[in-house]
Every structure is written in structure tokens, then in C-alpha cells.
Design a protein around this ligand. Structure first.
Ligand SMILES: Cc1cc2nc3c(=O)[nH]c(=O)nc-3n(C[C@H](O)[C@H](O)[C@H](O)COP(=O)(O)OP(=O)(O)OC[C@H]3O[C@@H](n4cnc5c(N)ncnc54)[C@H](O)[C@@H]3O)c2cc1C
Length: 482
């Protein structure tokens, strides 16, 4: 029982999982605020549903304003002030960002989406933007007060998000000191961001992903008019603390980041930041679902005692806590490796390829685990678990988005397979795990991976899931022994 108590607080769980936690006081303050104030606001926002898009002002002028409840700004701005973006830029480390995200997303997984996409805007700007662009836009994204600008990362179009090379139809045309972008973005989170990074194909560029480039697109044009329009907001089952919309680019002013022919690398670097965030948020969500299930199971009685005290349920809690710990170890490994390589540019080091494999394993496994845990936590609540007025069902809705956003589980499996085939990243992984895994188990896993990679291509892909899952679990469990 004493061990299960760790589930009740994200900070206690972090303390029990990590040797050293920088930012301890900030995280403590964050957790206290969420308990006392944030949770009630977050619940109300989730219950209230999608915010309202006011497209025209009273004079009939297009304004595309998103009307949130005032309290939404309270939770949103708090994370920015605490340093979810500015610390990464100022301290040149991603550790504070992801620690904050863990603590916050235990209470509201959705609000970490705006933070993630703001980070995904600031980092490529800081890394690849010209000196002029950086001077013009970076200070607004790194402000420490409520005037901070938000970012957004818009790649997905109506034809799909998995196959960006075929689906991105947004075109960019060079126009002197900027580019003009025309096209529609179909799943645009943080739809009213002051600044977005947008995937588009420069006119005449190669087909496929190689022809894509990354552009910085401000909310307003140089003459002060709206630079993009919001067609509508999506009515989503969860992450209601972030407005996701459809965005129309009509000759929108954009600024090229890096060189046009390296655009796909920049796009993948943006995805890396959010896949790691997704992994951290998934583990925090699983912890939250378990914490709620624990509180319920302590008080609900059946067959003469609290349901928690029945051997089957008690064993499930303990077992799942072990899996939570190993899922966290995997997610945190992706954080640490990203923190080592996030400033690299192509051509990348071996360490970068190792990071990619770990990130695919972590995005895949933590999201699957979050969905499974949220379902299980609902079951622990019995019939009350399906009632909208109680919280248990929310975690399942939120978890389903984590499994899809930034590349579904299929995408992670296939991209993970690719980095093993092309970069032999599994070799680097097994070298890294050698210190902590029993030699026999390590050799068996390695030989299974090698045999799989030798299968004919169609079979290799068709049968990839069980292998990828096994590798994810093996990696997670080995890392948690460390
Ligand atoms: C709440 C929310 C917010 C979002 N916000 C943003 C955002 O801000 N910016 C942005 O760019 N995108 C955003 N997205 C889009 C998201 O990234 C995509 O939904 C995701 O990448 C999948 O793309 P898709 O929905 O078009 O599915 P598709 O690409 O159409 O795929 C459909 C299904 O086919 C599977 N599939 C595709 N190819 C293969 C294959 N080769 N083998 C096996 N299976 C395959 C997929 O895994 C999926 O299960 C958001 C999505 C959600 C749900």
C-alpha cells in the first residue's frame, strides 16, 4: 500500500524515479497550485467543450478571435511563466521543460499541447532562423510574463498526416524578403497562435518529403492585417484546453527556416520535440488515471472489504505501478537523449539515430500504455466510470488523442523499423542496454531483431508490431533496472 501512495503526486513519483530533480521548488509550487485551483478550472473547461470562434467583429470585419473562458488563460499562462518554453532557450536544456510538463499534465494533459507546439516553434527559429528573424520574433516567444507569444506547428492537411510527402499541397512562392504561402492546414492546434511553423512546398521543388520546406508564419502581416484565417474549430472529444482548427493560408507571408532542401529534417526535428512531450504526457496521464482509481478503490467496498484489498485488484495495482515505472524510464531516456542531440544539424551523429529509435519506442509504448491504463481505471470505477460527471472517462478520451497525435502507433512502428534498417540504430540501443540487461536476454532480443530485419520487405512490415512491442517493453524494463 505504502508504495502505491507514490501515485498520488507527480512530484513524488518524479522523486522516486530520478536521482536529481532540478527546479524542485518550482515543481512543488506548480503541483500545489494545480491541486488548489487548477484542477477545478481544467474540469470546467473539459465539461464546457470547444471554445467559440468569433469570425467577424461588430463592423463585419474578419477577426477570427477565439473566445475562451477567462480561466483558460489562467492555467495556460501559468505554465509559460513557470518556464515551459523560456527555460529551454535561456538554460539551453530541455530537462526543466519536460519536468514541468510531467507535473502539469498529471492534472491537464491537453494544456501541454500549446506548450509543446510553442517549443516546437521557438527551437527551429532559434536554431535555423536568420539573425534578423531571431531578433524580430524570438524575444516574444521567450517572455516570462503574460504577454508571451504562442507558437504552433502545422503540417497535416486534408489528405492526411502520416504521408506528408504526398499530402502537403500548400505551395510557397518567393516574394522578395518573404514567401507567400497558399493552402489549407486541416489539424492546426493552437489555431490562433501569434507565430506558427508551417510545412509547404516551394514552387518547382521536388515531389515527396524531400521537396518540403519549413516556414515561419506570423498571425499578422507586415501591414497589420490577418495573415491566415481560421475556417472553424474542431469539436474534439478531449484536449479541450487547446483550440484545434482548420487554417487557410491565402498568400500568407512566411519566412524560410534553414535551407529549402533541408526542410524535411527541420520538420522531423519539430516532431521529435513533440513526440518526446507526448511520451512524458502519456506516462503522467497513466499515473493520474491510476491515482484516481486508487482513491476510488480504497473507499468502495464489495464482499465485505474495500475493493483495493481484494487480491486480484491489489495485484493489478502493483503490477501496473511497475509498468508505469518502466514506461517512465523509457520516456525519460528519450528526454535525456534529446537533450544531448537537440542542437545537432544534419548530417546527424549515431547518438541522434539512437535517440530516434528510443523516441519511436517511447511514443508508441507510452501512448498504448496510457490508453490501456485509462480503460482499466474506468473499469475500477465500475458503472460510475462511464458517467460524464466523474473524471475517470476523461483520461480515456485524452489518452486516445495521445496515441494519434504526432504520428499514430503504426507510424512509430514503421519509422522505428526504418531507423533500424537504415542506420542500424538497434546496435546502438543494445550497446547502451548491455550494462543493465542480462547477457542471455540481450542476445536473444538482438537476434530476434536481426532475424526480423532479414525478412522480405512486405513480411517485415506486416509482422512488425509484436516485435516492436517486445523491443519497447524490453528496453523500458532494462532502463528501469538502472
Ligand atoms: C487533437 C489533434 C490535434 C492535432 N494537432 C495537429 C497540429 O497542430 N498540427 C498538425 O500538423 N497535425 C495535427 N494533428 C494531426 C495528427 O498529427 C494526425 O491526425 C496524425 O498524424 C495522423 O494523420 P491522419 O489523421 O491524417 O491519419 P492518416 O494519415 O490518414 O492515417 C489513417 C490511419 O492509417 C494508418 N496508416 C497510414 N499509413 C500507414 C502505413 N504505411 N501502414 C500502416 N498504417 C498506416 C495511420 O496510422 C492511421 O491509423 C492533430 C490531431 C489531433 C487528433
Amino acid at each position: 500500500m505504502s508504495d502505491l501512495n507514490v501515485l498520488r503526486s507527480p512530484l513524488n513519483f518524479l522523486r522516486s524515479s530520478l536521482q536529481d530533480i532540478p527546479l524542485h521548488d518550482v515543481l512543488e509550487a506548480e503541483e500545489g497550485w494545480w491541486k488548489n485551483e487548477g484542477v477545478a478550472i481544467s474540469d470546467a473547461i473539459d465539461r464546457a467543450g470547444t471554445p467559440w470562434l468569433r469570425m467577424f467583429d461588430r463592423h463585419g470585419k474578419r477577426v477570427d478571435e477565439i473566445l475562451y473562458p477567462h480561466e483558460y488563460q489562467t492555467i495556460l499562462r501559468r505554465g509559460y511563466r513557470s518556464g515551459v518554453v523560456w527555460r529551454a532557450l535561456e538554460e539551453k536544456s530541455l530537462i526543466p521543460t519536460y519536468l514541468l510538463m510531467y507535473t502539469i499534465s498529471f492534472h491537464d494533459p491537453g494544456v501541454c499541447c500549446p506548450y509543446t507546439v510553442s517549443l516546437g516553434t521557438a527551437v527551429p527559429l532559434a536554431k535555423y532562423g536568420s539573425a534578423e528573424l531571431r531578433a524580430r520574433f524570438l524575444p516574444q516567444l521567450s517572455r516570462k510574463d503574460d504577454s508571451v507569444w504562442q507558437g504552433a506547428t502545422w503540417m497535416t492537411e486534408i489528405k492526411g498526416g502520416s504521408d506528408l510527402g504526398a499530402a502537403v499541397e500548400t505551395i510557397s512562392r518567393s516574394a522578395g524578403d518573404c514567401w507567400l504561402l497558399t493552402g489549407d492546414k486541416y489539424f492546426a492546434s493552437n489555431a490562433n497562435a501569434e507565430l506558427a511553423v508551417v510545412a509547404a512546398r516551394p514552387e518547382g521543388a521536388a515531389p515527396g518529403v524531400r521537396g518540403l520546406a519549413l516556414f515561419l508564419v506570423p498571425r499578422h502581416r507586415k501591414n497589420g492585417e490577418l495573415n491566415y484565417l481560421i475556417r472553424r474549430l474542431k469539436d474534439k472529444i478531449a484536449t479541450r484546453s487547446v483550440p484545434t482548427g482548420e487554417v487557410e493560408l491565402k498568400g500568407s507571408e512566411g519566412y524560410l527556416l534553414g535551407s529549402a532542401d533541408a526542410g524535411i529534417y527541420l520538420i522531423l526535428e519539430v516532431l521529435n520535440l513533440s513526440r518526446v512531450a507526448n511520451s512524458i504526457v502519456s506516462v503522467a496521464l497513466a499515473q493520474r488515471a491510476m491515482a484516481d482509481a486508487l482513491s476510488y478503490a480504497e473507499h468502495r467496498a464489495a464482499f465485505g472489504k474495500p475493493i483495493l484489498d481484494h487480491p486480484l485488484l491489489h495485484h493489478q495495482f502493483e503490477n501496473r505501478l511497475n509498468t508505469l515505472r518502466s514506461a517512465f524510464a523509457l520516456a525519460w531516456e528519450s528526454v535525456q537523449l534529446l537533450n544531448d542531440v537537440w542542437m545537432e544539424r544534419p548530417p546527424y551523429s549515431d547518438r541522434y539515430h539512437l535517440f530516434r529509435l528510443i523516441a519511436h519506442l517511447a511514443k508508441y509504448w507510452t501512448a498504448e500504455f496510457a490508453v490501456d491504463t485509462a480503460k482499466w481505471a474506468m473499469e475500477v470505477h465500475g458503472g460510475l466510470g462511464v458517467l460524464a460527471e466523474y473524471g475517470a472517462q476523461r483520461w480515456l478520451r485524452e489518452a486516445m488523442i495521445l496515441a494519434i497525435w504526432e504520428g499514430t502507433s503504426h507510424r512509430q512502428i514503421l519509422d522505428g523499423l526504418e531507423v533500424m534498417e537504415r542506420k542500424r540504430a538497434h546496435k546502438l540501443l543494445f550497446q547502451r542496454l548491455a550494462e543493465f540487461a542480462p547477457t542471455k536476454e540481450l542476445q536473444a532480443m538482438e537476434s530476434e531483431v536481426e532475424q526480423h530485419l532479414m525478412l522480405p520487405p512486405e513480411k517485415r512490415e506486416a509482422l512488425a508490431e509484436p516485435l516492436f512491442k517486445k523491443l519497447a517493453l524490453f528496453t523500458a524494463e532494462t532502463l528501469s533496472r538502472r
